[in-house]
Ligand binder design. Structure first.
Ligand code: G3P
Ligand code: CA
Length: 250
């Protein structure tokens, strides 16, 4: 997508949140395919582990909100998770969309779109970061040309992944303004390439600090066209959005 933020030469990266959560059931193949069709630069997804230790793509720690089942993700096997309908809750036309495995999504995305992977509830899943690194290597998605970024609200998870696979850039998700103080940002700059805050926390000062420390900033989550001009004017490097077309100036 050809958009600029007005202050930088680089294009602003458009990141399709949970696929294209505004147009298709979040974190399903239908949402990810739509992100590619919509020409987003990256898609964002959330990973957890099944009871039998397989990487699956789902946001909540339970399947209740986004499927026809009711259980914790960690208490269901891959086969049980795959048997759920993760599409009908959004729209009947998506009935039968399964919970994807990470491998399926990587196979779809390789060579076509960047992937922003969030380790979700990592305290529930010891070994999650190693499994992620193994899967990225299996799909050759750790290579720079594939544009993979790993992020989390959990800084320890980010650091664990970074220690295993330092060639893949990592980001820290921020929902507390205190983490955008200069001393905190200096700590993050020791390992993170991205600082990704909630939209309402982003200020020109924070953007300047993040850039001065050599990091980039992808705020989340744009769900309204009206906020786009102001967030771009702050000089951000990317925008995470449920509606990739809201960022399009093509
Ligand atoms: O990528 C940012 C965003 O995904 C973080 O919040 O709750 O949608 O995972 P959440
Ligand atoms: Ca997420």
């Amino acid at each position: 997508m050809a958009i600029t933020n007005g202050t930088q030469v680089d294009r602003v990266q458009v990141v399709a949140h949970r696929g294209t959560a505004g147009y298709a059931p979040e974190n399903t193949m239908a949402a990810f395919e739509r992100a590619i069709q919509m020409n987003a630069d990256y898609l964002e997804l959330d990973i957890q582990l099944s009871k039998d230790n397989e990487l699956v793509v789902i946001h909540d720690s339970t399947v209740d909100r986004t499927t026809n089942g009711s259980a914790a993700v960690k208490d269901l096997t891959l086969e049980e998770l795959r048997g759920l309908d993760a599409g009908s809750w959004f729209l009947e036309e998506f009935k039968g969309q399964p919970i994807p495995t990470l491998g399926e999504v990587l196979a779809l995305c390789r060579g076509r779109i960047g992937v922003l992977i969030e380790t979700k509830w990592p305290y529930l899943y010891p070994g999650l970061e190693q499994k992620l690194a193994d899967e990225l290597a299996a799909y050759q998605m750790h290579l720079p040309a594939e544009r993979v970024i790993v992020q989390s609200f959990d800084q320890d998870s980010v650091k664990r992944f970074r220690a295993i696979m330092p060639e893949v850039p990592v980001g820290v998700l921020v929902e507390n303004a205190a983490l955008l103080a200069e001393d905190k940002l200096m700590e993050l700059a020791n390992y993170a390439a991205y600082v990704n805050p909630a939209l309402e926390l982003v200020t020109a000062e924070a953007v300047a600090h993040i850039h001065s420390l050599g990091m980039k900033i992808f705020p989340w989550t744009v769900r309204s066209r009206s906020v786009v001009p102001s967030i771009l004017a702050l000089g951000v490097d990317g925008v995470i959005t449920d509606y990739p077309d809201y960022l399009s100036q093509d």
